[in-house]
Design a protein around this ligand. Structure first.
Ligand SMILES: C[S@@+](CC[C@H](N)C(=O)[O-])C[C@H]1O[C@@H](n2cnc3c(N)ncnc32)[C@H](O)[C@@H]1O
Length: 237
């Protein structure tokens, strides 16, 4: 006889999948890391939904639904976390989680992960992916905008995959790291080696942080991308 928790989580997983399928065409990807495989459910052909899901502010600023894509940087961060020592005992915040791939590896490495994104549908997918990978007992989901942080606790790790693509977000993201990272904590960013990341790295110093860079090459959909992983710590600890 299945234990009640398993039955409950199976039921929850099924109803979440129904909700997702009512709104989006989906597909499953298997991400092979060195020590594990992650099955992740994502939007199928996100390009087709681009027009429908894009929104425009009164001032004409266009908001694209970036969460509907699985970005190579998230695979780079997942690979980095997979190779790290265990994260048992760590409280982890993932910002701009999208489908939640990096956070799932954080959970599987033993950490307790708070998945956050400002789009509720991204969190719905992240929640499904957590259930699918058997780590719901170590995951929480919070809708949070970088400009209006609402959590009231600190984290020893922050995961941030492909979130520094727009300069307007750099200050809010660094203010958030400043606010949420424990004194000896580490924020791990990944991004596809964009030229504008240099500006962000300069700003890191002005916020009193220091960083180390690692690079990796990620293959996805027939292409390959160099992914930079920045491990950011407070300069004076
Ligand atoms: C390029 S996607 C990266 C998604 C995921 N981390 C990955 O690498 O596949 C950027 C993510 O940040 C989220 N995001 C963008 N602006 C945000 C904001 N102001 N506050 C919170 N999340 C935001 C988007 O919804 C999206 O999930």
């Amino acid at each position: 006889m299945p234990n009640p928790l398993t039955a409950q989580s199976l039921h929850w997983r099924k109803s979440l999948l129904n909700r997702i399928e009512r709104r989006y065409p989906i597909m499953e990807r298997t991400i092979a890391l060195t020590s594990r495989q992650i099955n992740i459910t994502i939007v199928e052909d996100a390009d087709k939904l681009l027009e429908h899901l894009s929104t425009e502010d009164a001032d004409g600023t266009l908001h694209l639904p970036y969460w509907t894509y699985l970005w190579p940087a998230s695979i780079g961060l997942a690979r980095y976390l997979d190779q790290m020592s265990r994260l048992t005992g760590h409280q982890i915040l993932e910002i701009g989680c999208g489908f939640g791939l990096a956070g799932v590896v954080g959970c599987q490495q033993g950490g307790r992960v708070f998945f956050t994104d400002y789009k509720s549908d991204a969190l719905m997918f992240a929640q499904y992916n957590v259930l699918q990978n058997g780590c719901a007992d170590r995951a929480s989901f919070v809708q949070m905008d970088w400009n209006t942080p609402c959590l009231k606790r600190r984290f020893s790790r922050v995961l941030a995959s492909d979130v520094i693509y727009e300069e307007k977000n750099w200050q809010p993201i660094l203010a958030l790291i400043e606010r949420y990272l424990t004194v000896d904590g580490e924020a791990i960013f990944s991004e596809p080696n964009r030229a504008n990341a240099l500006g962000f790295l300069e700003l890191i110093g002005r916020y009193g942080f220091t960083y180390e860079t690692h690079t990796d090459v990620v293959c996805l959909d027939g292409g390959s991308a160099t992914i930079a992983v920045y491990c950011v710590r407070r300069a004076s600890r």
